[in-house]
Design a protein around this ligand. Structure first.
Ligand code: FAD
Length: 449
C-alpha cells in the first residue's frame, strides 16, 4: 500500500515519539531515593521476576554510589535498562510498593533503575564483573533477544565459550524492533547487546538456525544449546480479503515504526486494528502518533476480558484510539486490490470458555460495515514450528516449548529454552530472568553443581 495518511513534520514525529517517562536529574533521583522506606521484607523485590535487590540499589543512589547501584541491579538482570523503561511497573515492583497501601505515590523504581543504568552506559560501562576462567565447554544460543542475551551473559561469566546465532542484522530481539520508541530507544537495546559482548560472547548476526546453519551442525559444535527464538509466526484472521493491499501484521508495521523512518511508514487514514492485547494497543497508538486520522481497535470480547494492561488502554484512549468492543471482523472488502472497508458483526458474551474468559457468540443479522483503508492484524503469535520440528524429542505444550521451570531444560536434555517461546508471550523481565536461570541449569547439567 502507499502512504495515505497526512505527513507530519519532522518535529511533530519527534514530539509524538518522545519518551513517555523522561530521565531523572541527579537531584530528582536523590530526592526520590530518599523517599524509599527500605522495607525489611521488600515486597517490590519479591514481585520482580529477576528479584533485583531494589532497596539496596535505591539506598546506593541516595548515598551517591551510582556505580555500586548499577552493579546491584546488573547482578540480577542483564537487560536492566530496557526493563527500567518498559516493564509494566504498575503491576510489578511499583504496584507492590508499600506506599500504595498508605494511599501515597509509590517509589518510582523504574526511573531510579534507569538513572543508575543510564549512568553506567554514559560512563563507558566501567568494569564491574570478571568472567570465571574458561571451563572448556561451549554453549550455542539461538536468538539474540532478551532471553538469549541474558543466558549468554550469565554463561560467559560462568566460564563457558558462548556464541549467539541471530537471524536478523542485529541482536536485541523485540527490544530493538518491537517495543514502542516512546519507551525504549534503539540505542538502549544496542547498549545492552554491547554489554553482553563485553563478557566475550560472540554474536553471529544474519544467521538463521535451521536455514543458514543446520541443527545437526549446531549440536556438533556445542555442549548445550539455549533456544530463545521468541514468537515469530503470525496468526491470521482466516476471513476473506486478507490478501488485499493494506492488510498487515502488527509486528510488520511496528518493526517499521521502531526503525524511526517515520515519514516512510505506509499508513492508512482510517485504520482498524484487530485484537486487544498489548501489541494491538501499541500498533494502534503508534498509528495514531504517526498521523492516521482515525484508529479503531476491534475486539470480539468486552473491556473486562481485554488482555492489554490498563495503563496501555488509557494511553491509547488518550491518543484518540476508538474501541469497538464485542465486534468481530467477518470480511475485508477491497477495490482494485486495496482495502476499502471491513464488514463486522456484533457479538454477545456467553459462559466462560477454557481460557476463563466469557465466550463471544455472533448476534444474528447484526452486520455493519466500516470504511477503512488499512487493517492491522494482532490476534496472536506462535513459535516457528518449522524450525522447532527439526530438533529431536522436543516437547511442546499448546505450541510453546515445554521446560522444567527450575532449570529451563527441555525434554531433549541438550536443549534449554526461555522467553516468549516457552511462555507464549510475556514481558522482557520474564525473558531476562529465564535466560539467567537457564544458564544455571546448563551449568548444573554439565558440571552437576
Ligand atoms: C509490539 C510489542 C511490544 C512489547 N512491549 C513490551 C513492553 O513495553 N514491555 C515489556 O516488558 N515487554 C514488551 N513486549 C514483550 C517483550 O518484547 C518480549 O516478552 C521479549 O522480547 C521476549 O524476549 P525473547 O528473547 O523471548 O524473544 P524476542 O525478543 O522475540 O527475540 C527472539 C530473537 O530470536 C531471533 N530468532 C528467531 N528465530 C531464529 C532462528 N531460527 N535463528 C536465529 N535467530 C532466531 C529473532 O530474530 C529475535 O531476535 C512487547 C512485545 C511486542 C511484540
Amino acid at each position: 500500500m502507499t502512504n495515505l495518511a497526512p505527513k507530519l513534520t519532522h518535529e511533530q514525529y519527534e514530539n509524538n515519539f518522545a519518551e513517555l517517562k523522561p530521565a531523572f536529574t541527579k537531584n530528582q533521583a536523590t530526592v526520590e531515593a530518599n523517599r524509599c522506606l527500605y522495607c525489611f521484607d521488600s515486597p517490590c523485590m519479591k514481585v520482580c521476576p529477576t528479584h533485583i535487590d531494589i532497596s539496596t540499589f535505591i539506598k546506593k543512589i541516595a548515598t551517591e554510589n551510582v556505580k555500586g547501584s548499577a552493579k546491584t541491579i546488573l547482578e540480577s538482570n542483564w537487560i536492566a535498562l530496557t526493563c527500567a523503561k518498559a516493564c509494566p511497573v504498575d503491576v510489578l515492583c511499583e504496584g507492590a510498593c508499600v506506599y500504595n497501601e498508605r494511599g501515597e505515590k509509590p517509589i518510582e523504581i523504574g526511573r531510579l533503575q534507569r538513572y543508575a543504568i543510564d549512568w553506567y552506559f554514559e560512563h563507558g560501562m566501567p568494569k564491574l564483573f570478571t568472567p570465571a576462567p574458561k571451563n572448556g565447554k561451549s554453549v550455542g544460543i539461538i536468538g539474540g533477544g532478551p532471553a538469549g542475551l541474558s543466558c549468554a551473559a550469565e554463561c560467559a561469566l560462568l566460564g563457558f565459550d558462548v556464541t549467539i546465532y541471530e537471524a536478523k542484522e542485529n541482536a536485541g530481539g523485540l527490544d530493538l524492533w518491537g517495543i514502542a520508541p516512546y519507551k525504549v530507544t534503539r540505542e538502549d537495546a544496542l547498549n545492552e547487546v554491547k554489554l553482553v559482548e563485553s563478557f566475550g560472547v560472540k554474536i553471529k548476526t544474519n544467521t538463521q538456525i535451521g536455514k543458514d546453519i543446520s541443527i545437526t551442525e549446531l549440536e556438533k559444535k556445542h555442549d548445550a544449546i539455549f533456544i530463545g527464538v521468541g514468537l515469530s509466526k503470525n496468526v491470521d484472521l482466516k476471513i476473506p480479503g486478507e490478501e488485499l493491499k493494506g492488510v498487515v501484521h502488527a509486528l510488520e508495521f511496528i518493526e517499521k515504526v521502531t526503525t524511526r523512518k517515520w515519514s516512510s511508514v505506509d499508513l492508512g487514514k482510517h485504520v482498524a486494528v484487530i485484537g486487544a492485547g498489548n501489541t494491538a494497543i501499541d500498533a494502534a497508538t503508534e498509528a495514531k502518533r504517526l498521523g492516521a486520522n482515525e484508529v479503531a481497535i476491534i475486539y470480539r470480547r468486552s473491556e473486562n476480558e481485554m488482555p492489554a494492561y490498563d495503563f496501555e488502554f488509557e494511553l491509547a484512549k488518550k491518543d484518540g484510539v476508538v474501541f469497538l468492543f464485542q465486534t468481530a471482523p467477518t470480511k475485508i472488502i477491497g477495490n482494485n486490490g486495496f482495502v476499502e472497508s471491513m464488514e463486522c458483526l456484533k457479538m454477545k458474551l456467553s459462559e466462560p470458555d477454557e481460557s476463563g474468559r466469557r465466550k463471544p457468540e455472533p448476534i444474528p443479522n447484526s452486520e455493519f460495515t466500516i470504511p477503512v483503508d488499512m487493517v492491522i492484524k494482532s490476534v496472536g503469535y506462535e513459535v516457528n514450528d518449522h524450525f522447532i520440528s527439526q530438533i529431536q524429542n522436543l516437547k511442546l505444550t499448546k505450541g510453546n516449548i515445554s521446560v522444567n521451570s527450575e532449570t529451563m531444560q527441555t525434554s531433549n536434555p541438550k536443549y534449554f529454552a526461555g522467553g516468549d517461546c516457552t511462555s507464549g508471550g510475556r514481558e522482557v523481565v520474564n525473558a531476562a530472568a529465564e535466560g539467567k536461570r537457564a544458564a544455571r541449569g546448563i551449568e548444573k547439567m554439565i558440571f552437576n553443581r
